[in-house]
Write a protein of this length. Structure first.
Length: 249
């Protein structure tokens, strides 16, 4: 299903951010679409995983809202295939109590998730928070490129390299890494990271845990024995620059 003010290729009215909604429950999809339009977003709604994946590649949306339970391809499969070609922000919708789906979604590269039933106003707030973080991260041209050991982070290009090899990262992984790089040596509780990186005053702390695990897998020489992104047991996480050298260069 496509909204009346949309063309079939997902084009939008000037100035509006495009949100692709992949949801097979017609009632839920209609409510999401209505609330997104009221918030001045341009939604395109489809009800099939295969069609959703194809449209995501064609229209290059600014954000995707993706249900886990879908015909054709399920949401996890759609996300896994989408991540091979795009780092578009993704918010997943999961069923109540489906913790495995939530963790698999985060592990596959989702930026956030909501559990059904949910408040459509909260969903819009999550959309706003994710887009705010991914489209308006302030940059200082003088220190756009940060180097820590063999890790190089280009803030302007949103590119991370390790030993000269470009790493594939989701938007939220990138933002979490940059935040920790900007605060070397300081311990953050998981609820603090949710607030600072995700802009949430409350939420599931496992979101942070999964993203830290994925960052370690990509940036640490031995993810099982991290030396930079370390756990402070009973408290949270801390970024230690190599050799205790203080702030990144």
């Amino acid at each position: 299903m496509t909204q009346p003010d949309q063309t079939t290729d997902g084009s939008s009215r000037a100035g509006q951010l495009r949100v692709l909604v992949v949801e097979d429950d017609h009632t839920v999809a209609q409510v999401i679409s209505d609330y997104l339009q009221r918030a001045d977003y341009s939604p395109v709604v489809v009800s099939d995983g295969v069609v959703g994946l194809e449209l995501a590649h064609q229209m290059a949306p600014d954000l995707v809202i993706l249900d886990v339970m879908l015909p054709g391809l399920n949401g996890i499969q759609v996300l896994q295939q989408l991540r091979t070609r795009s780092q578009v922000p993704v918010i997943m919708l999961t069923s109540l109590g489906a913790e495995d789906d939530r963790l698999r979604g985060l592990g596959a590269g989702a930026d956030d998730y909501l559990t059904k039933p949910f408040s459509p106003r909260e969903l819009v707030m999550r959309v706003q928070a994710v887009l705010r973080r991914t489209t308006t991260m302030p940059l200082n041209p003088a220190n756009s490129v940060v180097r820590v050991g063999d890790l190089e982070v280009d803030r302007a290009a949103r590119v991370v390299s390790k030993a000269g090899r470009k790493l594939t990262m989701t938007n939220k992984e990138f933002e979490l890494l940059v935040f920790l790089l900007d605060n070397p040596g300081r311990v953050f509780r998981r609820d603090e990271l949710l607030r600072e990186v995700w802009s949430y005053d409350f939420g599931d702390a496992s979101t942070v845990t999964v993203h830290v695990r994925r960052l370690r897998a990509k940036t640490e020489d031995d993810p099982a024995r991290p030396t930079a992104l370390v756990t402070v047991w009973g408290v949270g996480y801390r970024f230690d620059p190599p050799g205790g050298s203080g702030a990144p260069r």
